[in-house]
Design a protein around this ligand. Structure first.
Ligand code: ATP
Length: 582
């Protein structure tokens, strides 16, 4: 597990030379810049003493131009390098975050909102990057500009004048210490409000069809307005405090300026310091105000980044609850025997068992049908096989191996799972199907498409397998999506295939065709089929009927009809319905 602070430290160490070069060039730029008032002071003295002729005028102007250009080049270079390094870290952090999320279980994502997670990935990572590029630039600039300016004033002007003028500036650190934590607090609240809004937006857009169909736009608009108002209120809090800090700090600088004019003016009149020194000093003081003001920005940058790092730390140190047990071994070649010997299974956030007393054995190569009323536990049961949710140890076995003791990767490679709502990514249909087998040939993909009875549909699309799906391409119906998902699973050709009600949206004829193809291509391979329509399971070698989380009946289609229980009732009912619809 990666701690973002450690990642940051490692990153800084790894790129220490690059940082050294950029920081050095910013420091050099400041050293060049602080020559400016000094040169101007000397020029003023020379002017006053009548020592300036055409040649010295050109010489001094050229010198000032060189100073200006030197500053721009060096500072620009350092700033650009820091900016690039910050971006690179931002990219690494986002990548780490994404890779880490991929290791977490579905239970984790049920508890968190996607909007909130996206907010972390965008805003928190960005504020760390800002501190690392903009923050570091300004900090280096401010510290060295302050230091060089002070050194120059001490060396070239009057120590007494410098010390007296600096009195108001001494208060700056106290100001920062007082306002800083308040800004951090307000920033955190504003970020939370932003997350809330992202949640609501995500939820509303996902459910846009429902909202429109039920004419609930106004309710959603009201909820959205409330959240936006909350964001504005909280952001106002941040702005008020930030503005106070960013104006008080330069105010201290201006106060120093007032003292300098008074006292410096007096020293010049009494000829304790030459006019050139007074001119140089006022310019130095103007220069001092900039780094002091920047200190305020720097402080904001680092405060925000520190709060973001804290939040990212919570995310990145989240230990996946479903992972390889110590000493987990790969599953090896799988014959396909599935044994479930489950006393009880309760969801992590559940109050009572979703499954209890389930005893099922599927021999290698057999087809098992799983039926039952809605919420009887069918999906829960098959989810335990690939460990989408973890079954208790010693309750689910593949080829005699407890699924809890084998590596997740080998376990999931041995299983093809087709969910009810086939999900398609925004890419081509071909790539969506080859998702399960990246190196599949076009012929293999087309074969899977044929077996999923998807060929005719594909032929109606403009570019066949290369047709884009989603926003920029075709929109597939529920039944078409299911068939694409079945093709994907068939292409994977895993030892165990699970169809989780994945024929629910196709018509009877298509279902018949697909089932016949599956029976042919899966001969000798284990297949588990969950279905509401009994026609999809009647040819299975064994059928279990779940009721209230346990096995109520089991046997072959004929056995179950003879038993005259739930299955027989369901069958009669469906036959009548088909009679009506036929
Ligand atoms: N992730 C979850 N967390 C907590 N409880 C859950 C979760 N998923 C399902 N359940 C609960 O477990 C029970 C069984 O649900 P399951 O989805 O397995 O039923 P099902 O037979 O597949 O239903 P359907 O035919 O409607 O798909 C239900 O009471 C459901 O509320």
């Amino acid at each position: 597990m990666d701690n973002p602070r450690q990642l940051l430290k490692q990153y800084l160490v790894r790129h220490r030379w690059a940082y050294l070069v950029s920081i050095l060039s910013i420091i050099l730029s400041e050293i060049v810049m602080v020559q400016f008032p000094h040169l101007l002071g000397e020029f003023t003295d020379a002017l006053q003493a009548g020592r300036v002729d055409g040649r010295t005028l050109w010489h001094d102007t050229a010198l000032l131009a060189v100073v200006g250009i030197g500053y721009v080049v060096l500072y620009g270079f350092g700033q650009m390098r820091n900016g690039m390094l910050g971006r690179q870290f931002e990219y690494e952090l986002r990548r780490k975050l994404f890779l880490h999320w991929e290791t977490l279980s579905t239970a984790y994502f049920r508890q968190r909102s996607i909007g909130d997670l996206l907010n972390h990935a965008l805003n928190d990572v960005r504020s760390v990057r800002d501190a690392l590029s903009g923050g570091l630039n300004i900090l280096t600039n401010a510290v060295f500009l302050l230091a060089s300016t002070l050194v120059m004033t001490f060396r070239t002007v009057s120590v007494k004048l410098t010390l007296v003028s600096m009195i108001p500036i001494v208060f700056v650190p106290f100001l920062v210490g007082w306002l800083g934590p308040r800004i951090r607090n307000a920033t955190r609240q504003a970020q939370e409000a932003l997350s809330d809004m992202a949640d609501l937006t995500e939820e509303s857009l996902t459910a846009i069809r429902l909202i429109k169909a039920t004419a609930n736009e106004e309710v959603e608009q009201r909820r959205f307005t409330e959240r936006v108002d909350a964001i504005v209120r909280r952001q106002m809090g941040v702005f008020r405090r930030s503005a106070l800090m960013q104006s008080l700090i330069p105010f201290m600088g201006s106060l120093a300026f007032v003292i300098a004019l008074l006292y410096g003016g007096f020293l010049t009149i009494t000829r304790e310091i030459p006019l050139g020194s007074f001119v140089a000093f006022t310019l130095y003081l103007a220069m001092l105000i900039t780094p002091l003001q920047e200190m305020g920005y720097v402080f904001n940058y680092f405060q925000r980044a520190s709060a973001s790092l804290q939040r990212l730390e919570v995310l990145l140190t989240e230990v996946p609850d479903i992972r390889d047990e110590p000493g987990a071994a790969p599953l090896g070649r799988v014959q396909g025997e599935v044994v479930i010997h489950l006393d009880a299974f309760t969801y992590p956030d559940g109050t009572h068992p979703a499954l209890h007393d389930v005893r099922i054995r599927v021999r290698p190569g057999q087809t098992l049908g799983i039926v039952g009323r809605t919420a009887s536990g069918k999906t829960t049961l098959v989810n335990l096989l690939p460990r989408i949710f973890d079954p208790p140890p010693g309750s689910v076995f593949i080829d005699g191996h407890d699924v809890r003791t084998v590596t997740l990767r080998s376990l999931r490679e041995a299983i093809s799972y087709v969910p009810q709502d086939g999900f398609l990514f925004s890419t081509t249909i071909g790539e969506n199907i080859a998702f399960s087998k990246a190196d599949a040939t076009r012929e293999e993909i087309l074969e899977a498409v044929r077996n999923a009875a998807f060929t005719e549909v594909l032929e109606t699309f403009p570019d066949g397998l290369d047709t884009l799906v989603g926003e920029r391409g075709v929109t597939l119906s529920g039944g078409q999506r299911q068939r694409a998902a079945i093709a994907r699973a068939l292409l994977k050709d895993a030892p165990i295939l699970i169809l989780d009600d994945s024929l629910s949206a196709v018509d009877m004829n298509t279902e018949k065709q697909i089932i016949a193809n599956i029976r042919r291509v899966r001969r000798g391979r284990t297949t588990l089929i969950i279905a509401h329509r009994l026609s999809a399971v009647r040819h299975a070698d064994w059928i279990v009927v779940l009721e209230g989380g346990t096995v109520a009946e089991q046997g072959t289609h004929e056995d179950l009809l003879r038993q005259g229980g739930i299955y027989a009732d369901m069958y009669r009912l469906q036959e009548t319905e088909q009679g009506v619809t036929a």
